[in-house]
Ligand binder design. Structure first.
Ligand SMILES: [Zn+2]
Length: 393
């Protein structure tokens, strides 16, 4: 196409003016332009548009700039999106959808603004997970589902309080709540491995042992508990698959148990992670943050492990889960001191008690919360503890 530039007129100029106007680039002070000519204000608007989109700033509408202007007329939700042939839909709305799907962990390859087969497949997978007909067509129901999901990742303290209230409206009882406990690694992936004399400790087995102790305690308190793997699975799920499993189960909480390892044997302590990132707007899962803080404090107080604090991460398991989710790294297997504790079954029981106390506090109203370390976990057990034996690992 021939570039459209200052002095030109015609249908294309009318359209360019309309789109730039809808993006508020023409300004109110643009004089009436009965001839619909490509005038000075239009040229300035084109330059501003090109600059904002990272295009070469020429003030002329060449093919590349036209494509971008054409795409900019669509915002997500302004039309129904689907995979059509031979000319796929293209626009800023498609790009926005792709960016959102990527953020949620669905593979659309890249956000190129073109609604191809890959985007339709990713969209259908998203739809299946949120209970919308998985037809790969982005209509009002899918848009509504995307908007609803937005509530997991929020910033700001007022929102924290509102969200927390909604969560606690479930009541202080743990009974019937569904918790997914995720022992890290497994299935050929041992995680951190440390030789210790003739013994060899590995993260996967210790994490499983702690998870099963926690499982027994949570179940005894009346919660529904699911483990993401058995003691020695043939193959382990990926982090994204573990997140999907928790989503499919409609879990209320997810707790992932790992150990840490470091070449420096002096590294030691416990750290807990929740979803979020600090840069650029700094989002966080506020309930995840609270759960992480409670888990961290209870473990530090009840076990004496060094406090390595809580941290925001965008790891798949934290990012793709729709419930408050945390990953706790209970000590360094590479630290001789931490390791002596970790290989003691009684210590692993205390870790289980700590996490149960943290979960219990998640369900207490703010004013009824109690000091760290004060919940008598034994009193929560409504039935005899069946699982979680003290057997060797
Ligand atoms: Zn690990």
């Amino acid at each position: 196409m021939q570039a459209i530039r200052r002095g030109d007129r015609g249908d294309a100029v009318v359209e360019i003016r309309a789109i730039l106007g809808s993006l508020s680039l023409l300004g109110d002070e643009a004089p009436p332009n009965p001839d619909l000519v490509f005038d000075g204000p239009v040229e300035r608007a084109v330059r501003a548009f090109q600059q904002a989109r990272g295009l070469s700033v020429t003030g002329e509408v060449n093919e590349e700039t036209w494509r971008a202007i054409d795409a900019a007329r669509w915002s997500l939700g302004s039309r129904v999106l689907a995979h059509v042939q031979p000319e796929p839909l293209f626009g800023d709305d498609v790009r926005a959808l792709q960016e959102r799907l990527l953020e949620l962990g669905y593979d659309v390859d890249r956000a190129d603004g073109i609604f191809g087969r890959r985007t339709a497949t990713a969209l259908a997978r998203f739809q299946r997970e949120v209970g919308v007909v998985p037809d790969g067509v982005c209509g009002p129901k899918t848009i509504a589902a995307l908007r609803r999901l937005g509530r997991k990742v929020v910033g700001g303290r007022p929102t924290l309080l509102r969200e927390a209230e909604r969560f606690r409206s479930a009541g202080p009882a743990l009974v019937g709540q569904c918790v997914v406990v995720d022992p890290g690694h497994g299935g050929g992936d041992p995680g951190v491995r440390v030789p210790d004399g003739h013994l060899r400790w590995n993260e996967a087995d210790l994490a499983y042992d702690m998870a099963s102790r926690l499982e027994g305690r949570l179940a005894a308190a009346g919660m529904r508990v699911h483990l993401t793997r058995g003691p020695s699975p043939a193959s382990a799920l990926t982090e994204a698959e573990r997140a999907s499993l928790a989503n499919e189960l409609g879990a209320d909480l997810l707790i992932s148990i790992h150990l840490a390892g470091h070449p420096n044997p002096a590294a030691s302590g416990v750290a807990t992670y929740h979803y979020g990132h600090y840069g650029d707007g700094g989002v966080t899962s506020t309930l995840g943050e609270r759960l992480a803080a409670l888990v961290q404090r209870e473990i530090v107080v009840r076990t004496g492990l060094r406090d390595c604090h809580t941290h925001a991460k965008t790891w798949d398991l934290l990012r793709l889960t729709r419930m408050p989710a945390v990953r706790v790294e209970v000590g360094y297997l590479s630290s001789a001191e931490d390791r002596q504790r970790l290989i003691d079954p009684e210590f692993r029981d205390r870790v289980g008690d700590s996490i149960v106390a943290a979960v219990k506090r998640m369900y207490l109203p703010v004013e009824a919360d109690v000091p760290t370390g004060s919940i008598d976990v034994a009193s929560l057990r409504t039935t005899a503890r069946a699982a979680a034996s003290g057997s060797t690992i």
